[in-house]
Design a protein around this ligand. Structure first.
Ligand code: ATP
Ligand code: MG
Length: 424
């Protein structure tokens, strides 16, 4: 894609009204635009990143046996009244129809998927079922101030699995846990598997936390074993007679080493669901002996837009974001310097076409702006490879990785090979 076709611009300065690193860089780099507190447009560059994140999530959910569906974001109030969460869910956004009826705007989908499943599950033969969606969620967050980390409108993958027995659910929980680890690895995120209190509807939940100074959660973790425990849970487990938290948090359950305290961002959360929703919506099946039995279920959430904010928080330098290759908006940023010279223009256009023909995703900066501006934008946007063509590169391309200082002169063919393109 040509830079001028993006339809957006980078900003010369970072936005003054944003405190968080991710919001500053993502807005300045032209990935997102703020409409209001916790409400952002995904601009073309940002949408490319979001689509890549969601493709990885989708692929791994499919491998783990999930099947995709899409549920509505507009929920009749009645569904939420049945579970009691119409009044108890703090962040529930509500709206009234002009033609009668009240609605919740979906923050999560237990209230929808349980009654949905009751249309299709009646016998043990109909189980297990594993359904997921990737969707825009709405929550009336009080403190929506950290860019993509805590939004009022955000993207989430939520999967719900339904089983005839708790054992079957627990087995599937393990499949999902591994799928989550695979996803975060592909996303280039180092996650700590963290035990947390499950709140009202499950005994225990497990969070996937990324260590970051800006994280809202505090966890105790072992950096070697990549496991941790959320401070809030720790508090709940403390006996009234125990001493300070510091002396209380103990050793790593894996290597017995000392745990470190750190701030972290929750990027995913998985938990077995108690029987509550099955009881509320009477989601039962006939077991082998013909007895009506409540389904067992698990819930598996992953914040796809929060993942982008988290990566911006942990993968950047003073000049901008450094995207992992798997989710970068493009594989290579082609900078045309001295483009007024017909020879350079022709050579760059040819290189651009060859890259496209080879299936390489390339952002071609053909704008008539200074070299300094192009270099600054390349650093800010953070595409993993920068390829410069100028009078000085003498018929070759000067290649530099975003996170390295080394430069190298190479031929177009070599560049294509390096980027895993198909040379024709
Ligand atoms: P948190 O503890 O951060 O409020 P949560 O425990 O309420 O999140 P879940 O309901 O489990 O979150 O949602 C699943 C995932 O959705 C979370 O792990 C997180 O990645 C993401 N998420 C939740 N709330 C938001 C939000 N307001 N903005 C962006 N992402 C969110
Ligand atoms: Mg949480």
């Amino acid at each position: 894609m040509k830079f001028s076709e993006l339809g957006t611009k980078t900003l010369r300065n970072s936005p003054k009204d944003e405190e968080s690193v991710n919001a500053k860089f993502l807005i300045q780099g032209g990935f997102i635009n703020k409409l209001g507190a916790g409400i952002y447009t995904f601009l073309p560059l940002g949408l490319k990143v979001l689509n890549k994140v969601e493709s990885i999530v989708r692929e791994e959910m499919d491998v783990a046996g999930g099947t995709e569906l899409l549920m509505p974001a507009l929920h009749p109030a009645e569904n939420w009244q049945i579970t009691g969460r119409w009044d108890s869910f703090d962040a529930l956004l509500k709206t009234k129809s002009n033609f009668g009826g009240e609605y919740a705007i979906g923050p999560t989908h237990e209230e929808i998927i349980y009654p949905l499943l009751s249309h299709f599950v009646s016998s043990y033969k109909d189980l297990p079922v594993s359904l997921y969606q990737i969707q825009t969620k709405f929550r009336d967050e009080k403190r929506a101030k950290s860019g993509l980390m805590r939004c009022r409108e955000f993207r989430m993958k939520d999967l719900y699995s339904f089983h005839a027995t708790g054992e079957d659910r627990d087995k599937y929980y393990e499949v999902m846990r591994k799928a989550y680890l695979k996803i975060f690895k592909r996303l280039g995120l180092n996650v700590i598997e963290t035990k947390a209190s499950g709140g009202t509807f499950s005994e225990l939940s497990q969070e996937f936390q990324v260590i970051a100074e800006s994280g809202e959660d505090t966890i105790y973790y072992c950096s070697k074993c990549k496991i941790g425990i959320n401070k809030e849970l720790r508090r709940e487990l403390r006996s009234p007679t125990s001493g300070s938290l510091k002396s209380d948090f103990g050793a790593c359950s894996g290597c017995k080493g000392e745990l470190i305290e750190g701030h972290a961002v929750e990027v995913g959360n998985i938990f077995p669901l108690k029987k509550k929703f099955a009881e509320d919506f009477k989601l039962t099946f006939k077991d082998k002996s013909g007895k009506d039995t409540l389904v067992e279920a698990g819930c598996y959430g992953l914040g796809t837009s929060r993942v982008i904010g988290t990566i911006a928080e942990v993968c950047h330098d003073s000049k901008g974001i450094i995207w992992p290759r798997s989710i970068a908006p493009f594989s290579v940023h082609l900078l045309e310097l001295d483009g007024k010279k017909a020879k350079i223009k022709a050579f760059t256009q040819k290189a651009y076409k060859r890259l496209l023909d080879a299936g390489v995703e390339v952002l071609y900066d053909e704008r008539d702006v200074s070299a300094g501006e192009k270099f600054a934008d390349a650093d800010l946007i953070g595409i993993p490879f920068r390829a410069v063509i100028s009078e000085k590169t003498g018929g070759k391309i000067e290649l530099k990785e975003r996170n390295s200082k080394k430069i190298k002169l190479i031929k177009v063919d070599e560049l294509i090979k390096k980027l895993n393109g198909n040379i024709r």
